[in-house]
Design a protein around this ligand. Structure first.
Ligand SMILES: [Zn+2]
Ligand SMILES: [Zn+2]
Length: 282
């Protein structure tokens, strides 16, 4: 079964994401459990959690992932932001585990002018601290490949591997490949050779067993630009043929694939129909 869907709004309550996903035929969705630009998370009652789980059970959606808020910087040297990031992230994992989510996608972020090795080490330290504080109850943290914009690290697979190496409870870690981000970071997945090369580099560094999610976004910005601007599938610099390779790669058959493209003009439906066609599933 194709695990395909999109990031869904939760306006009106977390459980409403499933109705939106259902309307688009999603078998996988991603949500924010709280507003991504605010530190203070949404307080979930037990009734909210029940309602969420019931809506999920009643839907055709198999996989639901969360994406962390944008403020989290587990690799910053600013001690106040670091401690706030750690406590908020710990809370986010607890929330995801209450909701029964299998994965929480997050960006490894430090400081724009920082030594990247130091940032990677601090991200690993933060994950160690958070994992010591919050026992594992089903939610893996999925380190997302970034475009390398601003203070983001993790734009080379080697960097993600370094973080994973530094984490004691590394079974709690997976990764999420974002097609727009890897392309903007310099992996030329627009052609067949580049796709093969990226996949073999991923295998040689992080390992394919860690890959737990794929974000399907075309890129408005060119290869290696290190600028993160999502485009509709086939309407950016990566191009439709590349997404056919992604959708048909047997190694990725069981990995949830999620759009994070702009929502205007019912474009989720258009992008999803195209991806199903490229997968050969109409
Ligand atoms: Zn992301
Ligand atoms: Zn993404």
């Amino acid at each position: 079964m194709l695990l395909l869907g999109a990031h869904m709004s939760t306006a009106g309550g977390l459980h409403t994401a499933f109705d939106r996903g259902e309307a688009l035929g999603c078998t996988a969705i991603q949500i924010f459990t709280s507003s991504p630009r605010q530190w203070r998370g949404r307080k979930l009652t037990d009734a909210d959690v029940r309602e969420f789980r019931q809506a999920w059970d009643a839907s055709s959606c198999r996989v639901c992932l969360a994406h962390d808020i944008y403020l989290t910087r587990l690799g910053t040297r600013d001690s106040a932001i670091l401690s706030r990031s750690r406590s908020t992230f710990a809370q986010e994992i607890r929330t995801c585990q209450r909701l029964g989510l299998s994965g929480l996608v997050m960006h490894p972020v430090g400081d724009t002018d920082a030594d990247e090795d130091a940032v990677l080490a601090r991200v690993a330290d933060s994950l160690n601290a958070v994992f010591d504080e919050v026992p594992f109850e089903g939610t893996q943290v999925l380190l997302e490949t970034t475009a390398g914009q601003g203070a983001n690290v993790g734009y080379r697979f080697e960097q993600l591997a370094r973080i994973i190496d530094g984490v004691e409870q590394d079974a709690r870690l997976g990764i999420c490949v974002d097609t727009c981000h890897v392309f903007a970071a310099g992996y030329d997945i627009s052609g067949k050779t580049g796709w093969r090369k990226m996949m073999s580099e991923l295998e040689a560094t992080v390992g394919l067993a860690r890959l737990k999610a794929i974000h399907l976004n075309d890129s408005r910005k060119p290869l290696g630009s290190r600028v993160d601007r999502h485009a509709h599938i086939g309407r950016g610099e990566i191009g439709e043929a590349a997404f056919e390779r992604v959708m048909r790669d047997r190694r990725l058959a069981k990995i949830p694939k999620l759009l994070e493209t702009p929502k205007e003009n019912d474009m989720d439906a258009v992008n999803l129909a195209l991806l199903r066609k490229l997968a050969g599933k109409k």
